[in-house]
Ligand binder design. Structure first.
Ligand code: ADE
Length: 244
């Protein structure tokens, strides 16, 4: 999967993603991370890309033309535009749809994705109208720019790309897959700070372990994210267990 990130801070994105699992996946050729500096497409000698908003108001806006020129340059590299199609372009903004696992799964099916990171008070609406296909927010808070949000999305999408995780099963059986949070996990030693590993996990009885894990998932979800339970498919018995 190829990610193209349009940003004023390409180093931040490249440095942030080159370590750990995503970096290894890139080295293996499973992913590519191409951070492009919008400032390289500034059309004045000071290389400025921002200006005051018409109508007044606080702060500065990113101007349409450098963003558009950068987009055109990035498009040249995409398979979609070589095939005469419009590449998918995500604009990271608190005004977008909230990112979730379902969206990550949908986007992981794409061969390539352009991510546009805003700064200052945002970007001239006219260029957004022309190039953006998806408006995405990573949560109800305001960041100083879209870079961290783009990195969050790239991380969540990349780990779904086949081969990126050592064990593809771990991407399947985990939080949100069935709208339940993950159960608690324990590793050696059996006793740590006086706390014992739940005996059922040492029993070797796989059916009972699965049952216990599912109960723990349900309890956790009810405590921390009751909103998710509406979508979780609980059996009648599990519903009763929750109501007790
Ligand atoms: N840019 C600033 N805040 C953001 C957010 N919450 N999500 C995505 N992009 C952003």
């Amino acid at each position: 999967m190829n990610f193209h990130i349009m940003t004023l801070f390409p180093d931040m994105v490249e440095q942030g993603l080159k370590t750990s699992i995503i970096g290894r996946a890139e080295a293996k050729g499973l992913l590519s991370i191409d951070a492009v500096n919008i400032r390289d497409y500034a059309f004045n000698k000071h290389q400025s890309v921002d200006d005051y908003p018409y109508g007044g108001g606080a702060g500065m806006l990113m101007q349409a033309e450098p963003v558009f020129q950068c987009y055109e340059a990035v498009c040249q590299k995409t398979k979609a535009s070589k095939e005469g199609k419009r590449p998918r372009l995500v604009y990271l903004s608190p005004q977008g749809r909230t990112f979730n696992q379902e969206m990550a799964e949908e986007l992981a099916k794409e061969d390539e994705l352009i991510l546009l990171c805003g700064h200052y008070e945002g970007i001239d609406e006219r260029v957004l109208e022309e190039i953006v296909t998806d408006y995405v927010s990573i949560g109800d808070y305001v960041l100083t720019g879209g870079e961290l949000a783009a990195m969050v999305m790239i991380d969540a999408i990349s780990r779904l790309v086949p081969g990126v995780l050592h064990n593809d099963v771990s991407a399947e059986f985990e939080s949100f897959q069935d709208h339940l949070l993950e159960y608690p996990q324990y590793s050696r030693p059996e006793t740590w700070h006086g706390k014992q590993v739940p005996p059922i996990l040492l029993s070797g009885h796989h059916a009972n372990i699965e049952k216990w894990r599912r109960e723990q998932s349900i309890i956790r979800t009810a405590e921390n994210r009751p909103d998710l339970l509406e979508k979780a498919e609980l059996t009648e018995k599990e519903q009763k267990f929750l109501e007790e």
